[in-house]
Write a protein that binds this ligand. Structure first.
Ligand SMILES: Cc1cc2nc3c(=O)[nH]c(=O)nc-3n(C[C@H](O)[C@H](O)[C@H](O)COP(=O)(O)OP(=O)(O)OC[C@H]3O[C@@H](n4cnc5c(N)ncnc54)[C@H](O)[C@@H]3O)c2cc1C
Ligand code: FES
Length: 512
């Protein structure tokens, strides 16, 4: 995936030249330290730089944008996933209007930055279509339309038929002014603009300690520190919080396939259906005449660490695609990633609850991480600059609502149920039962061992107990990782942390 480019000014991430950065090798100070260089962290850094703040970004991976941002399908949508009637129930008409306006403003801001920084990243405004597949969904479309009009979004309209007949014979809702872009090209441009203005970005610099107070100090795994007036943690899932935020959101895996489709066969738009989990679809136009477009189809979400056969998800997705897009050709790409579903639909962007006043987080961005990440950049900058922002209340990470009790209990009871794995026997009795290229949980006395057998038949063992809050991890055969079914921490086959909330690797058996 990554290799040094000939010019040594860039490094290839998924075929895109990303700017080269280096690890932190000294102690530094700045106005704002940002931890995590995905869309949320980079966008926040960019806005703070524009305000004249000195900014340091720490990124654990060897390159920027190696987290979920590199897995996205990059729909830019202000038509929110959980639907307007549900949002109105949770946030009222005014709150829902603000939420939609914030996503519209995020798309506008992306477009403005692209213009200002002259970034070539395939940005395009598009129509979005939510389509019904049965009578019940058709009735729900009408309720969505009424709710959209209630918040004042009057150019959402109900169409008798979908632009693509094979999707459905039933009506669809038409949302104007959505969009798409190539997020890695966009963030490469944004990062180059920041490097030109001396924003310091350190990769391979994992933050392992957060000391907060009137001044914050973040220490990296190599023992170097960043001392700042303000700390912003944009690690997708906050790694500076052990419990609070992880009870308010749940991690889900989501799957994507990319299939060739003859140019012009599928009208260029965003599409999504009304199933739970829903399918999301867009097109990537080919560069030239006579070459195919790429049809990108996502869905089949499930709670992280809670599917024994995740590779079947690709099969199901392809089956669904062939029913709805009979013109689709060969599947040429398959990938999966993780999204964090907040219990009440909107991201958590603002002050970290229970922490010093100068510590901020952005998390819970659901399937709207492109816009939520951009909203984070705008909103956090206003909060840090001491400006009022009308979105602050709806995105406040400290918010609680009795209206979300049901969803809150459902997700947290699901987490509690995962601890049963402690008392079950494990999937295999002996490491020899684990076949090459796979991992299995083995019971050894009272302990649970995660056994991975590599392609050469060598077996590697580590404790199966997640270092976050102690759930038993589960093998993910689609990504070759150990995934925690509780709050979504992920570890590589040898137990090294891929993503949090866990910050420590799985222990070697016997705690070595
Ligand atoms: C398959 C898929 C499809 C999606 N489709 C869409 C879509 O169409 N539209 C949309 O809006 N959203 C979509 N999303 C969601 C969106 O991609 C994400 O929500 C968004 O990219 C998250 O950005 P982020 O900056 O919060 O996190 P990330 O991109 O994950 O960045 C966080 C960074 O923090 C770093 N980090 C973690 N811990 C540490 C540490 N201790 N020290 C230093 N650095 C650390 C990580 O290495 C990572 O680089 C999709 C997601 C997936 C998985
Ligand atoms: S992620 Fe919380 S226990 Fe594993």
């Amino acid at each position: 995936m990554k290799e040094e480019s000939g010019a040594s000014k860039s490094v290839w991430v998924d075929g895109i030249a990303m700017p080269v950065t280096h690890p932190l090798q000294e102690n530094v100070t700045c106005d704002v330290c940002i931890v995590g260089a995905g869309i949320a962290g980079l966008t926040t850094a960019y806005h703070l730089m524009k305000e004249g703040k000195t900014v340091v970004i720490l990124e654990a991976k060897n390159t920027i944008c190696g987290g979920e941002t590199s897995r996205t399908t990059a729909h830019l949508a202000s038509a929110l996933d959980d639907g307007f009637p549900e949002l109105i129930r949770l946030f009222g008409v005014d709150g829902t209007r603000l939420a939609v306006q914030s996503h519209m403003a995020a798309i506008d801001r992306i477009e403005a930055i692209i213009k200002d920084e002259k970034i070539d990243c395939e940005f395009k405004r598009l129509d979005g279509y939510m389509f019904a597949n049965n009578q019940e969904e058709e009735a729900q479309l009408t309720r969505e339309l009424e709710a959209a009009h209630q918040i004042g979004w009057r150019d959402v309209i109900l169409r008798k038929s979908c632009p693509l007949g094979s999707l459905t014979e039933l009506p669809c809702l038409h949302f104007p002014n959505q969009g798409r872009f190539h997020v890695l090209k966009y963030l490469a441009g944004l990062t180059n603009a920041m490097l030109d203005k001396d924003v310091r970005i350190y990769t391979a610099s994992k933050a392992v300690e957060f000391r907060t107070g009137p001044v914050t100090t973040v220490v990296t795994q190599d023992g170097h520190s960043v001392t700042a007036n303000t700390l912003v943690v944009t690690t997708n899932v906050p790694v500076n919080d052990v419990v609070t935020m992880h009870t308010k959101q749940a991690p889900y895996r989501t799957y994507v396939i990319g299939a060739r489709v003859a140019k012009g066969e599928v009208p260029d738009a965003l599409y999504w259906d009304m199933q739970d989990p829903y399918h999301y679809i867009r097109l990537e136009e080919s560069g030239g005449e006579g070459t195919d477009d790429l049809l990108i189809v996502g869905g089949e979400d499930h709670k992280t660490g809670q599917d024994d056969y995740p590779t079947l998800r690709y099969q199901k997705l392809e089956h669904w695609m062939r029913q709805h897009f009979p013109m689709a050709g060969e599947v040429v790409y398959r990938w999966s990633g993780q999204v964090l579903e907040p219990v009440d639909s909107l991201a958590f962007i603002g002050r970290n609850p229970g922490d010093a006043d100068n510590v901020y987080i952005a998390t819970g961005d659901s399937g709207h991480g492109m816009t939520h990440g951009t909203i984070a950049g705008m909103l956090l900058t206003d909060l840090i600059m001491g400006r009022k922002n009308e979105w602050a209340t709806i995105y406040d990470p400290a918010r609680v609502s009795l209206k979300t009790t049901g969803e809150f209990l459902k997700e947290n009871l699901n987490v509690a149920a995962q601890y049963k794995d402690y008392v079950t026997g494990g999937e295999v009795k002996d490491a020899s039962e684990v076949i090459p290229g796979t991992g299995r949980i083995m019971g050894r006395g009272p302990n649970k061992i995660a056994v991975y057998c590599d392609q050469d038949g060598v077996r590697h063992e580590c404790s199966a107990i997640c270092t976050h809050l102690g759930c038993v991890v589960s093998w993910n055969s689609a990504e070759h990782s150990w995934d925690c079914p509780c709050h979504g921490s992920r570890f590589d086959p040898f137990g090294k942390v891929i993503s949090g909330p866990a910050t420590k690797d799985l222990e070697k058996p016997g705690g070595r």
